[in-house]
Design a protein around this ligand. Structure first.
Ligand code: ADP
Length: 601
């Protein structure tokens, strides 16, 4: 009775074969992920590599098969509607699933019952078919659903998958998965026992197709999820099979290795990867079944000057039988780490130099003074000049040591302590500028206070440090002299201060980095100038601790402007200093006496 076979054997077999292929694929992924776990903690529990052999049948193709199935069932049973419901173990419901015949998508979406409810629940629980003669008046039906689907009568049979013994073909295991409904016999007829028998026979075939389809969907979803995780992880990931073909290469790996041409899946890694060392790692892992971990320097074709350093780790991917089926390589960009290490080394030598210079000077002047046993060698004025130099050099040492302590404080994740007070900016700016002026006779230091500046809440010493540092840099990095202009203006609730020079300027590629710790520009111009590369790092932290921001504008050979903005009060002190803000608003420099004691953060 061939018309009764809803899906012929061949269709069923091919579906089963596809599902098996998918399951195998998934298994391979599972093996790959365990290799990944070892290779990179970062990808823990998340990544599985995939072996794409033959593309799986598309979901649409499967939907079509199922659609044909429900259509044929409805035709054979002479029913207006046919729909199947699957048991959802997460919420204990029987849920209608697409495709259905004679139901709109909206109706399918709404058609669900608890597995303890209604005719559907009864059929699912008892595993026995039911004929529904009068849906409206039958006490067992859920009236909401009867109304929703306009059901008059129907047949409902359980969907059960049977596992048979391969030799005897006897059923050895059954598993209920849901129910299959046909509703409303055509031409006003009702369903009879003969229909039940027919539908029961059809449901056997239907159950295995539906179960396979559900599993297929699940596997496909899991596969897509895995692929999107692999694609989006930060580390670069490359999986190559035993025959050297790329099975998976995520976006990070493509960027890291400078591969622009779209999909590289299934291509030979030797044709795709440009870097010899990377090829060598893959080759030796594959041929010698060895796992490699090493650092590789890579220059990308589009930016030959920029060298990247990757930590590359390869791990073998084994099949169920423990045979190597491929290799997975993980790339982590450690350029930044290495560059900080390099900078740290350079820093140690510059700091030693910076410490030694004032010490040598202090020692020199003190020895000179000591040699003059009777105090007759130098006049009073010269002796004072020596003491002033010693004093200045001691201050320089103190500043350097305090900078170093502050850097280690920031490194340890501790905020810089602020001692907030009302600060009148104009005299502070003038003071800093006059001190800096005394250090140079090549530069013209100009202040430009555009507005009447308000009293702000800030740590005066820290603002002094910011201004001193920027002005000192402006002088240091314009060795030929020129104008250094300190400009201050009010912009709404912000005070904006800029320190501009006409010095050597900063190359474009360094602009974003000058605020990084230990970052110094190393070229012919800067080599003459001493420094540690921590000044701007601290300045940035100090500005930000006040709730402000800082940036730089510069052109090589023309000069630089460091601009920072401070709010009238750092947000964290707003409460304690409300009165001050209110009192100083719009009043320019006036300051309220009797302020609350300084708060520490
Ligand atoms: P340093 O102790 O080296 O001066 P900073 O953190 O203050 O450290 O500055 C970092 C780097 O930024 C400097 O080494 C220098 O190359 C550059 N730089 C800072 N200020 C200026 C400026 N006004 N003009 C040009 N380059 C500057």
């Amino acid at each position: 009775m061939s018309e009764v076979e809803v899906l012929d054997n061949q269709e069923l077999q091919s579906l089963k074969a596809r599902i098996e292929a998918l399951e195998r694929e998934l298994d391979e992924k599972r093996v790959a992920i365990s290799a990944l776990e070892r290779a990179n903690k970062q990808l823990e529990d998340k990544v599985r590599a995939s072996e794409v052999t033959e593309g799986p049948a598309s979901l649409t193709e499967l939907e079509e098969t199922l659609k044909r199935l429900v259509f044929r069932v409805a035709m054979i049973l002479q029913a207006e509607k046919c729909v199947f419901m699957l048991f959802d173990k997460d919420n204990g419901e029987l849920v209608a699933s697409k495709p259905a015949f004679g139901l709109t998508d909206e109706e399918v979406k709404k058609f669900r019952v608890r597995a303890t409810q209604g005719i559907s629940g009864e059929v699912y629980r008892d595993q026995r078919p039911v004929i529904l003669y009068d849906a409206v008046n039958d006490p067992r039906t859920v009236k909401e659903n009867v109304g929703l689907l306009n059901i008059h009568n129907g047949v409902c049979v359980p969907l059960v998958i049977e596992k048979r013994d391969e030799d005897t073909n006897k059923v050895i295991e059954t598993k209920p998965i849901g129910v299959l409904h046909v509703f409303n016999k055509r031409d006003g007829n009702v369903f009879i026992q003969e229909d039940v028998n027919l539908l029961t026979r059809l449901s056997k075939n239907a159950a295995s197709v539906i179960a396979s389809a559900a599993m297929y969907r699940e596997v496909l979803e899991e596969k897509e999820e895995l692929e999107s995780i692999i694609e989006s992880v930060y580390a670069g990931l490359l999986m190559v099979n035993k025959s050297g073909r790329i099975m998976q290469m995520n976006a990070s790996a493509r960027t890291m290795l400078g591969i622009q041409n779209g999909d590289v899946t299934s291509r030979l890694y030797e044709d795709v990867i440009l870097q010899d060392r990377v090829k060598e790692i893959l080759r030796s892992s594959l041929e010698e079944s060895s796992e490699v971990a090493e650092e590789v320097s890579v220059r990308l074709p589009e930016d030959e000057d920029d060298e990247k350093i990757y930590q590359v780790q390869s791990a073998l991917v084994r099949g169920d039988d423990q045979q190597v089926i491929g290799v997975v390589a993980i790339f982590n960009d450690i350029t930044e780490i290495r560059s900080i290490e390099r900078m740290k080394t350079a820093f140690v030598s510059t700091v030693s130099h910076e410490l030694r210079t004032p010490l040598t000077s202090i020692k020199g002047f003190i020895s000179t003074l000591l040699q003059d046993e009777d105090g007759s060698a130098f006049d009073h004025e010269t002796v004072r000049e020596f003491y002033t130099i010693i004093d200045t050099e001691c201050d320089r040492l103190t500043r350097l040591i305090s900078d170093l302590l502050n850097v280690s404080r920031i490194e340890a994740g501790r905020a810089l302590d602020l001692n907030p007070k009302p600060v009148t900016l104009e005299p502070l700016i003038e003071k800093v500028v006059s001190v800096q002026r005394s250090y140079t006779n090549k530069h013209e230091l100009v202040t430009d206070i555009l507005d009447k500046l308000p009293v702000i809440v800030a740590d005066e010493d820290k603002v002094d440090q910011i201004l001193t540092n920027l002005t000192n840099n402006a002088i240091k990095y314009s060795p030929k002299g020129g104008e250094v202009r300190i400009r201050a203006e009010l912009d709404g609730d912000l005070v904006r201060i800029s320190v501009s020079d006409q010095g050597m300027g900063i190359p474009k590629e360094h602009l974003a980095k000058v605020f990084d710790r230990f970052h110094r520009i190393d070229n012919r111009d800067t080599r003459e100038v001493g420094g540690t590369g921590i000044g701007l790092y601290l300045v940035k932290h100090l500005v930000e601790a006040h709730g402000g921001k800082i940036w730089v504008e510069s052109e090589v050979g023309k000069g630089s402007s460091f601009i920072f903005e401070l709010p009238k009060c750092p947000p964290q002190f707003a409460e304690e200093h409300e009165q001050l803000i209110a009192g100083s608003a719009g009043q320019g420099g006036s300051m309220q006496p009797g302020m609350p004691p300084a708060a520490m953060n």
